[in-house]
Design a protein around this ligand. Sequence first.
Ligand code: AMP
Length: 227
Amino acid sequence: MITLALSKGRIFDETLPLLARAGIEVLEDPDTSRKLILPTNRADVRVVLVRATDVPTYVEYGGADLGVTGLDTLLENRAQWSSAGAGSGLYQPLDLGIARCRVSVAVRADFDYAAAVRQGSRLKVATKYTAIAREFFAAKGVHVDLIKLYGSMELAPLTGLADAIVDLVSTGNTLKANDLVEVERIMDISSRLVVNQAALKLKREALRPLIDAFAQATASQSAEPRP
Ligand code: AMP
């Protein structure tokens, strides 16, 4: 049995066409089913639904053989995965090029971020990406007080909780709807295929064709014009 870990939402939705090109069809809709283990048209492949931040954990410890996770999740929790033992149990063979977005700094439209940075002000930054934010501002030489949040980051500058946020931006519509502006682009993000290293050895014959099919599906998808 091959177990693929996915999170609901964009990653699940954008992984489905790649699976389809690999001949795999998920037989239940996670939005209507309450099941956490979804069967596929292949008796030897199943999908498990986990929180986005749990996908690398499932794969690292063998609860799933492979999974799809954002680069943001991988980078933010790098310390956690690499502390799991000698090296990491995570093999990262492919950039799937899906769920593309960016990690950016955003502020209220009336906040002069450039001046604050120039003057060496201490910034209050709210984010769920504290590791990524810490590294970014340290490299810039900007002093920050990081405030860890788990959701609705956009609210922080509007309520005075923070001067800035570090969050995922895709179309920019959410920022615009909340009168926020993107002032720095920290990094581009896409989703990655991650594979359990032990599974790659023990289930090589079953996993390799699947990884190759993902690679081919990714290549042919990126060759098509974007909608
Ligand atoms: P947008 O309005 O299109 O810029 O999307 C921004 C909102 O969607 C923010 O709340 C982000 O946290 C979330 N978001 C954007 N892209 C992604 C992604 N690839 N994965 C998960 N959440 C995302």
